[in-house]
Ligand binder design. Structure first.
Ligand code: CO
Length: 171
């Protein structure tokens, strides 16, 4: 085999590896486009979130500074009826993953909005959205740096529809 043929093969093998890596649906790194989190002209950090019938948030990591004002606009871009595939966005106080799941499971019994019973655990939330519906919510990022989980509390969604707000110290 000539060296040029070998190089061609190596390039092809690399392309195949790259393609298969892109095809992995469980890669969380693919889900946080910086463009979705551009600061708005009015100084409020604007975050565009979407979710569709695949039960996933397009953004799973939101970053803010302590005390920063944040505006989250969440749109359900799916097609399935709200009763079968509704979505909300619920930002919670810091807690472990299993606690988020337990809280969401309890909330799943609380139709029609499915919000957790303990309001003190909720920092911000949108309405439950059907297809093509959107809701905007503004909140102030907590003063305490850390990780704040967010979930969709529609029954059965929390295991897949989750992410975190990462609050950095004010610079
Ligand atoms: Co959902």
């Amino acid at each position: 085999m000539k060296i040029t043929e070998l190089l061609t093969l190596l390039v092809l093998a690399g392309a195949v590896l790259l393609l298969s890596a892109c095809g992995q649906s469980d890669a969380p790194a693919a889900a946080a486009p910086a463009a979705a989190q551009a600061p708005a002209a009015d100084g409020i950090k604007a975050v565009s979130l979407t979710a569709d019938d695949t039960m996933k948030f397009n953004v799973t990591e939101i970053r803010a500074q302590a005390g920063e004002k944040v505006r989250v606009t969440f749109k359900n871009v799916g097609r399935m009826p709200k009763q079968a595939m509704g979505h909300n966005w619920v930002l919670l106080v810091p807690m472990a993953d299993h606690e988020v799941l337990a809280l969401a499971q309890a909330a799943a019994a609380r139709a029609p909005q499915y919000l957790p019973a303990d309001a003190a655990k909720i920092l911000a939330h949108t309405k439950l959205l059907g297809p093509n519906e959107s809701d905007t919510v503004e909140f102030t990022a907590p003063a305490t740096p850390g990780e704040y989980p967010f979930v969709c509390t529609f029954p059965g969604h929390a295991a897949l529809m989750k992410g975190r707000l990462i609050v950095a110290p004010k610079s």
